[in-house]
Design a protein around this ligand. Structure first.
Ligand SMILES: Nc1ncnc2c1ncn2[C@@H]1O[C@H](COP(=O)(O)OP(=O)(O)OP(=O)(O)O)[C@@H](O)[C@H]1O
Ligand SMILES: [Mg+2]
Length: 270
């Protein structure tokens, strides 16, 4: 028989599918800031936050919501090389494919963009932009000078480097939107809403406030880590449900299970 925990477990498979999007305080604030920035005469907007804070899912949502009114394009992982990138950009800007075996002439592309000024405004979302080199970033900036193309650049923030401090992000053309790690309130809402969306009411109720605090402590409010621990918790519950159902407490997830999951994921040591 299928355990109810199996469905709960699958709720927490990492995904940036928009059907799985959940409105959280932080995502709503960042969304509004992005939308507001887009309407200002800025050339570049920077979205940054640690890995797993929800940048990609938010950018996908922005594109989905605005695509009826605006020319907006989402570039997920950076193209393998500069040639590929400009090829993709050429296609978006000119709405034509480049003939085979031809390369995009960069200065011609800049001139093309200048001519679009005042006629079209194209928004390009560049996700995972920490992977673009300095030279590419400079070219992207030159394109944005045309004021016909506006870039939303999304970057991870890591412990050892403060990207904001990097030279090309210091100039005033940037407006910065930051996604922080989840607060306890947001993470609690995230876990509950995800389960409720799949009608898993009892399971959602079996995760109490004290559990949420523990999960928040282990994951430090990171959504990707939160997905991992929730998946592991339900995987353990599923095992007991199938093999030793008398040991399962359906009213409340035992603290021990959360600790077992944390141990398995290396958040704590024995
Ligand atoms: N608002 C949200 N609604 C639903 N799921 C979310 C939300 N925010 C984050 N998540 C979940 O957290 C996971 C991480 O989010 P996402 O991939 O967007 O992070 P990221 O900031 O782009 O990370 P990275 O910097 O590593 O690319 C997603 O797979 C998704 O499951
Ligand atoms: Mg991402």
């Amino acid at each position: 028989m299928k355990s109810r925990y199996e469905s709960a477990k699958n709720v927490f498979i990492d995904s940036i599918d928009l059907d799985d999007y959940i409105e959280l305080d932080s995502s709503l604030t960042a969304y509004r800031q992005l939308e507001h920035s887009i309407n200002k005469p800025l050339k570049m907007i920077l979205l940054f936050g640690r890995p797993g804070t929800g940048k990609s899912i938010l950018l996908n949502r922005l594109q989905e919501k605005l695509k009826q009114q605006r020319e907006i394009h989402y570039f997920d992982t950076p193209a393998v090389n500069e040639k590929e990138f400009f090829y993709k950009l050429f296609k978006v800007l000119t709405k034509k494919s480049l003939p085979q075996n031809t390369e995009v002439n960069f200065s011609a592309l800049v001139n093309y963009c200048k001519k679009l000024r005042g006629k079209r405004e194209i928004i390009i979302i560049l996700d995972e932009a920490q992977m673009y080199g300095a030279e590419m970033m400079e070219k992207i900036r030159l394109l944005s000078d045309s004021r016909a193309v506006k870039f939303i650049v999304s970057l991870h923030k890591t412990d050892d480097e403060d990207l904001i401090a990097k030279e090309h992000f210091q100039s005033r053309i940037w407006e910065v939107v930051e996604l922080k790690n989840a607060t306890l309130k947001d993470q609690t809402a995230y876990i509950h809403k995800k389960l409720l969306k799949k009608n898993l009411f009892e399971i959602a109720n079996s995760i109490k406030e004290k559990h949420m605090k523990l999960i928040h402590k282990f994951t430090r409010g990171n959504y990707r880590e939160c997905n991992k621990i929730m998946y592991t918790i339900f995987e353990i519950c599923e095992y007991y449900d199938k093999n030793e159902p008398t040991k399962v407490n359906y009213e409340q997830i035992p603290k021990k299970v959360i600790e077992m999951a944390a141990l398995k994921l290396g958040y704590i040591d024995v």
